[in-house]
Ligand binder design. Structure first.
Ligand code: ADP
Ligand code: MG
Length: 463
C-alpha cells in the first residue's frame, strides 16, 4: 500500500472541513507510518500536535481513513512523534479574521501597565506581570492562538517559528505576547528576551543610526533567544527599518531563536510590508484571534471581577447585561465593567440592571450598524486611500479595487439596489455597480487574499 497516497487523499478530504490555518498548522509534517487490521499509526512532528490531533481531529481523521480505505474495520488511531517523512510541505497558511481602523499607537499596548512592571534583560522592554496565560480566558475564537503561544513559551524556537498572531484591536494579542514573555522569564530566567512594538523597534533603529551605534543595535537584537514584536502593521513604509528587521529575523531564525509577531491583520494583507518579510511571516504558524462570543465574554468578566477583587455584588444577570452591551472586544468589555463598578462605588449604590443600562447606554449607540458612508469610510481606511477618491472618477487600479469592494459590500451587507449603489459611489451607472459586484464575487472564489481582506473589512464594519 502506498501510505503517502492514502494520506494525501485523507488530507484532501480533511482540508474541506477544517479551516485552512488549522489544517496547515496541524497536518504539516504528518504521515502514515503503518496500517494494520484495525489500527492506523500516524506520525506527527511533536507532542503538541499529537495532543491536538487526538483531542480535536481524531474523529475526522478516522472517518477520512475509513472513506479512503473503504474499510470499516479500522477502529483506532495512534499518533507517534517522529521527525521523518514530511508529507505536506509548507502550504501558505491563511486564515480569516478581524481588524480595526483605530490607529492604535504603541501607547495602547503599554497604557495599562501596572507600577509593578518589571524589566527583562534590557532596559525599556517592559513586560506587564499581570498578563499571564492563567488569566487569559479561552473560547473558540482564541484557543488556537493561546495554545500556540503556550507551546512556543514552553519550547521556544522549537515548535512554531515564527508564531504570527493576528486579530482586531483589544482582543488579547499583547496579553498573549506578554504571557509568553512572563512564562519564559519565570521558567528560563537565563534566556534573553526582548518584547518591543514595531514602532519602538523603528525608533531604536533610527536612533542607533544617528548615533553611529548600529553595531550595538545589531548585537542587541541578534544575540537574544526570543524576540516578540508587537503590532507589526506599524512598521510601514520604513524601508531601511524593514531591511534591518529582515536581517534580524533571518539571523534569529537561522539559529533557531523564537520569533513572535503580532498584527491587526494576516501577513498577506499587510499593505506596506515588503513581500520578502510577509512570506517569512507565513512560513511558521499563523493564529488568528476573533471577537469573543457571549459565553467567553461572560467568563472574562467573571475572571476580571475576581482579579480586581471588586467588593460589590454583581449578579449573573448584571454580568450578562454588560456582556451583551460590550460585544466587540475585550478592552471594551473591561472598560464597561470598570465604568459600571466605578460609578456604583462612587455613589455607594448596589448594581442594578437599569443603572448598568443607563451607564453603558452610549456604548450601544456607538456600535452603529453599517451604512453606505460607513462602508466607504471603512474600505478607504483599510486600503489607506482617501474616501473622496473612492467615489471620485480616477480609474487607477489602487482605487478601482477598493471601489468595487464598496459596491460588493453595499450589496451583500445592506442589500441595496444596483442603481442605488451606483448613485452612492460617485453617481455611477447601475451597470458599473453590477460589474463591480460580480468582479469581487468572482475574485473571492479563487483569491484567498481578497477573501481575507473582505473578511477583515466586515469585522471592522461591525465593530
Ligand atoms: P490587543 O493587543 O489585541 O489590542 P490586549 O492584549 O491589549 O489586546 O487586550 C486588551 C485587554 O483585554 C487587556 O487588558 C487584556 O488583558 C484583556 N484581554 C484580552 N483578551 C483576553 C482574554 N481572552 N482573557 C482575559 N483578558 C483578556
Ligand atoms: Mg496590543
Amino acid at each position: 500500500m502506498d501510505y503517502d497516497k492514502i494520506w494525501q487523499s485523507v488530507l484532501g478530504e480533511l482540508e474541506l472541513s477544517i479551516s485552512k490555518a488549522s489544517f496547515t498548522t496541524w497536518f504539516k509534517n504528518t504521515t502514515i507510518l503503518e496500517i494494520s487490521d484495525e489500527n492506523v499509526l500516524i506520525a506527527v512532528p511533536n507532542g503538541f500536535t499529537k495532543r491536538w490531533l487526538e483531542d480535536r481531529y481524531y474523529k475526522n481523521i478516522l472517518e477520512g481513513l475509513k472513506n479512503v480505505l473503504k474499510n470499516d474495520q479500522i477502529k483506532t488511531l495512534n499518533f507517534k512523534i517522529s521527525h521523518h517523512n514530511p508529507v505536506i510541505k509548507e502550504k501558505k497558511p491563511i486564515s480569516l479574521k478581524t481588524s480595526d481602523l483605530t490607529k492604535k499607537t504603541n501607547k495602547d499596548n503599554q497604557n495599562n501597565f501596572s507600577s509593578q512592571s518589571s524589566e527583562i534583560n534590557s532596559p525599556g522592554f517592559i513586560l506587564n506581570p499581570q498578563y499571564k496565560f492563567e488569566n487569559f480566558i479561552t473560547g473558540k475564537q482564541n484557543e488556537l492562538a493561546k495554545a500556540a503561544s503556550m507551546a512556543v513559551a514552553k519550547n521556544p524556537g522549537r515548535v512554531y517559528n515564527p508564531l504570527f498572531l493576528y486579530g482586531d484591536v483589544g482582543l488579547g494579542k499583547t496579553h498573549l505576547m506578554h504571557s509568553i514573555g512572563n512564562y519564559i522569564k519565570e521558567k528560563h530566567p537565563e534566556k534573553k528576551l526582548i518584547y518591543i512594538s514595531s514602532e519602538n523597534f523603528t525608533n531604536d533603529y533610527v536612533k542607533s543610526i544617528r548615533s553611529g551605534n548600529i553595531d550595538n543595535f545589531k548585537k542587541k537584537y541578534r544575540e537574544i533567544d526570543i524576540l516578540l514584536v508587537d503590532d507589526i502593521q506599524f512598521m510601514k513604509g520604513q524601508e531601511r527599518t524593514q531591511e534591518e528587521f529582515f536581517h534580524t529575523f533571518n539571523a534569529l531564525y537561522q539559529t533557531k531563536k523564537q520569533i513572535v509577531i503580532s498584527s491587526d491583520r494576516p501577513p498577506k494583507s499587510l499593505p506596506s510590508i515588503e513581500e520578502r518579510l510577509t512570506s517569512r511571516f507565513e512560513s511558521g504558524m499563523i493564529a488568528d484571534i476573533g471577537s469573543p462570543d457571549l459565553e467567553t465574554r461572560v467568563a472574562i468578566l467573571q475572571s476580571k471581577i475576581e482579579e480586581k477583587k471588586i467588593n460589590l455584588e454583581i449578579s449573573e444577570e448584571a454580568i450578562s447585561v454588560i456582556a451583551n452591551i460590550a460585544r466587540h472586544n475585550v478592552r471594551e468589555l473591561e472598560g464597561a465593567l470598570n465604568r459600571v463598578v466605578a460609578i456604583h462605588q462612587l455613589n455607594n449604590q448596589n448594581i442594578s440592571i437599569d443603572s448598568i443600562k443607563e451607564i453603558l447606554g452610549n456604548l450601544k449607540e456607538k456600535n452603529n450598524p453599517p451604512n453606505n458612508k460607513k462602508i466607504i469610510k471603512t474600505v478607504a481606511e483599510y486600503f489607506d486611500v482617501p474616501e473622496e477618491k473612492i467615489i471620485g472618477s480616477c480609474r487607477k487600479k489602487e482605487l478601482v479595487f477598493p471601489r468595487q469592494i464598496c459596491m460588493y459590500l453595499m450589496r451583500t451587507e445592506l442589500n441595496h439596489s444596483y442603481p442605488n449603489i451606483g448613485q452612492e459611489i460617485g453617481g455611477r451607472d447601475h451597470t458599473t455597480a453590477i460589474h463591480g459586484f460580480n468582479k469581487i464575487e468572482e475574485e473571492i472564489k479563487t483569491n484567498e487574499k481578497i477573501k481575507n481582506d473582505i473578511e477583515m473589512i466586515k469585522q471592522r464594519l461591525y465593530n
